[in-house]
Design a protein around this ligand. Structure first.
Ligand code: GDD
Ligand code: MG
Length: 358
């Protein structure tokens, strides 16, 4: 079986970190999400993955040289300046996917441990045209919401309903098994939404099925979801940190990648992932945060509940507060305060406190 990974969205809700890398390359505890997906595909016995991307995403994926876990990777690229949505890229990859049997489609921004095998087997039994994985959440309004009948047939599907209009709490988990017959439903070279255009057609014909699945599932589309995905995975870590801690304190769970230096009196954790080659000076405090690779954090800085982009330089005694997202290669001068929920564009030099968004 082949898998197609939809990874050509623009990740607007994760700006500014997503200005300089696609969502699927966001590290989840120091490993890009896409690598985690490929690793799970390999474990499922899938040998070939097609990455449905735009030209810019292809550029980043090739630049980062991702670990492929032995999978044969092919690219299917949306036309320039014409995003094909969630359906168009499936049609575009028709020749690469072939018609020999059902295939798996995954949203590339989902961090999950749901068993792909389970939905594949279920789909084969039902001989459906499409089976989608469903997952129960408290607030379904940000997602596609499904109502299923006793025989698992989907009766109704509403993409992003208003809060009080969601028929259930069962959402589309962004994992589909599709029969090649699906190609007859999607127009060629045209932006198409699976959720808004194709699923309703399949429902009319009683050809859309849903399987409710349980486990870990998170959409990393927003900063809070991204941090939560890191936290959930960190929670499962019991590994002892191998690097030498000279009089610094590590409050687990913490993950520290290779070649990280940590100064005296520094307190790291809980819930911190630190990317490789990061240098942390003395008396720094970091908790509930994700630090991407190659960051420099100077003496006395405090980072709480933030995302710090690659190559950023955080000055002495700087305070970065909850829900802040600091872009790649930002330089923050000494003694600066960045208030809660602020975002700083990549490459900016910050010389004044940030109380309002810039
Ligand atoms: N190639 C390509 N081209 N991929 C795209 C495009 C495009 O034009 N637009 C979106 N994608 C990819 C995204 O990169 C992402 O991996 C996936 O398709 C879904 O798009 P999102 O933009 O992330 O959609 P969403 O999160 O608002 O909603 C979708 O996912 C939810 C689960 O997280 C829907 O499928 C919902 O029904 C679902 O509940
Ligand atoms: Mg999404």
């Amino acid at each position: 079986m082949k898998a197609l990974i939809l990874a050509g969205g623009f990740g607007t809700r994760l700006r500014p970190i997503s200005c300089t890398r696609p969502k699927t390359l966001f590290p989840i505890v120091n490993k890009p999400l896409l690598e985690r997906i490929l690793q799970r595909l390999e474990k499922t016995g899938i040998k070939e993955a097609i990455l449905a991307v735009n030209g810019l995403t292809e550029f980043y994926l090739k630049k980062y040289t991702i670990e492929k876990y032995g999978l044969d990777i092919k690219y299917s690229i949306d036309p320039p300046k014409k995003p094909l949505g969630t359906g168009g890229p499936i049609k575009k990859a028709e020749r690469l996917i072939g018609k020999s049997g059902p295939f798996l489609v995954l949203n590339g921004d989902i961090f999950t441990d749901l068993e792909y095998k389970e939905i594949i087997e279920f789909h084969k039994k039902k001989q459906a045209i499409a089976t989608i994985a469903l997952y129960e959440v408290d607030d379904p309004s940000r997602y596609g919401v499904a109502e299923i009948l006793d025989n698992n047939r989907i009766k109704q599907f509403i993409e992003k309903p208003k809060k009080d209009e969601a028929p259930t709490k069962l959402i589309n988990a962004g994992i589909y098994v599709l029969d090649p017959k699906i190609f007859n439903y999607i127009p060629k070279d045209k932006p198409t939404s699976m959720e808004r255009e194709i699923f309703p057609k399949l429902i009319k014909e009683k050809n859309l099925f849903g399987l409710t699945m349980q486990g870990l599932w998170m959409d990393i589309g927003k900063p809070a979801g991204y941090l939560q995905a890191n936290n959930k995975l960190l929670k499962t870590y019991h590994k002892k940190n191998k690097i030498r801690m000279q009089n610094s304190e590590i409050k687990t769970p913490v993950a520290i990648d290779s070649d990280v230096k940590i100064g005296l009196g520094t307190v790291i954790g809980p819930y911190v992932a630190i990317g490789k080659n990061t240098i942390i000076a003395n008396n720094v405090k970091i908790n509930h945060s994700v630090i991407l690779p190659d960051v420099t954090i100077k003496e006395g800085a405090t980072i709480k509940g933030a995302i710090i982009g690659e190559g950023a330089v955080i000055g002495k005694n700087v305070k970065v507060n909850k829900d802040c997202v600091i872009g790649d290669y930002v330089e923050i001068e000494d003694n600066i305060l960045i208030c809660e929920g602020r975002a700083v564009c990549p490459g900016t030099k910050i010389t004044e406190n940030i109380i309002n968004s810039i």
